[in-house]
Ligand binder design. Structure first.
Ligand code: XIL
Length: 346
């Protein structure tokens, strides 16, 4: 008897208390998320999936208003041979964006990864090569791509410069050269420095701000800083993320949460996920969106999710763990996080 009463009693207690307010919604309609938000909602897009997966394409079209190429605009993809640029995938994305009225954020001109093989044996003028690459890519897409991650992940955790191929061949000035070339190719574009872990590592963030300030002092305008936001449910602390965000805007830069995903299986010990995991993920997501909404409007740019659904996340192949970091599940159904972020702004 008591067992039969347990559920109604719990339900009543729940309705009387505030638990309803905090319990993430489990389902909601699929009205466009980006329209519900007071800032742009971006997503990293895989071009083959955009072409070949109808549900993927439909979600990209309906839910987001800013697109980043997950890989198509990286050096190895777009410049696979010395004398050959492969524009096909990016052109496709650009046309898709035009057709569906989406903005495009360019990612990324200079990175220590995504280096094509031909650069391993290249023995020409590296300064010229870098300048030429940046010029070609930025000027080709000038009409449609109004913002760029010019340099990606140039810093070590202690704030020193990473010894990348670009650093080895050109020296620290490769950063300045890349920004200069991008600025020359498109004086109006918003130019970003983008990196990870700066949400909770002040040494790295301070170095990034100093780097941008240095460029500015030399007359090379940098517009913003991208916090990648590859984060987990319990880490970093919300306060640390807020402090990092404020540091960036206090220094006068726009802030982009540029590659958001929330890991729920950091240690790899989960083989499946519970409703409670989904709810924790949703609450974390809501907290991040709420925090970003507190950024003064002139410093906001977008929150970009690093993938459409859990079926598309890079985390699985990068770390070998199953995970549920994004707004749609691996069947492309909306998750509580998707409903939460929409409700936040209703
Ligand atoms: C990742 C892509 O998602 C993967 O598909 C690819 O294999 C490796 O790169 N920081 C970045 C992104 O700036 O470009 C990376 O994207 C994820 C980490």
């Amino acid at each position: 008897m008591l067992r039969h009463l347990t559920f109604p009693i719990l339900l009543l207690l729940c309705l009387l208390s505030s638990c309803k307010k905090d319990a993430p919604t489990t389902s909601c309609n699929e009205s466009p998320a980006y329209k519900a938000l007071p800032f742009d909602l971006g997503v990293a897009v895989n071009i083959q999936k955009l072409q070949g997966n109808a549900r993927y394409r439909q979600l990209v079209t309906a839910q987001y208003n800013r697109l980043t190429a997950e890989n198509a605009m990286k050096f190895d993809a777009i410049h696979p041979e010395h004398d050959y640029y492969n524009w096909a995938e990016t052109d496709y994305l650009i046309n898709f964006a035009k057709e569906h009225d989406k903005k495009i954020h360019g990612h990324t001109l200079v990175w220590h990864r995504a280096i094509p093989q031909w650069l391993d044996t290249y023995n020409g003028d590296w300064n010229l090569l870098l300048k030429e690459h940046v010029h070609q890519v930025v000027s080709r897409y000038k009409q449609q791509v109004k913002s760029w991650d010019v340099v990606n992940e140039a810093l070590n955790e202690d704030g020193t410069l990473r010894k990348s191929l670009w650093f080895d061949k050109i020296g620290p000035s490769y950063i300045e050269q890349a920004f200069k070339a991008a600025r020359n190719a498109d004086p109006d574009a918003l130019l970003f420095y983008n990196d990870y872990n700066m949400e909770h590592n002040p040494a790295k963030l301070d170095a990034a701000i100093a780097l941008c300030d240095n460029l500015k002092a030399k007359g090379i305008k940098v517009d913003g800083i991208g916090l990648q936001m590859h984060i987990a449910a319990e880490y970093p602390l919300l306060n640390d993320i807020a402090t990092a965000t404020k540091k960036i805007t206090d220094a006068g830069y726009k802030v982009h949460f540029s590659e958001l995903d929330i890991r729920m299986n950091l240690n790899g010990n989960k083989t499946s996920f519970t409703q409670s995991d989904l709810n924790t993920h949703a609450q974390r997501c809501r907290d991040i969106f709420r925090l970003y909404n507190n950024v003064p409007e002139q410093y906001r740019f977008a929150i970009t999710l690093w993938g459409v659904s859990d079926a598309d996340t890079w985390l699985k192949s990068e770390y070998g763990n199953n995970d549920i970091p994004l707004l749609f599940d691996d069947q492309y159904n909306p998750k509580p996080a998707y409903c939460e972020i929409k409700q936040l702004f209703q």
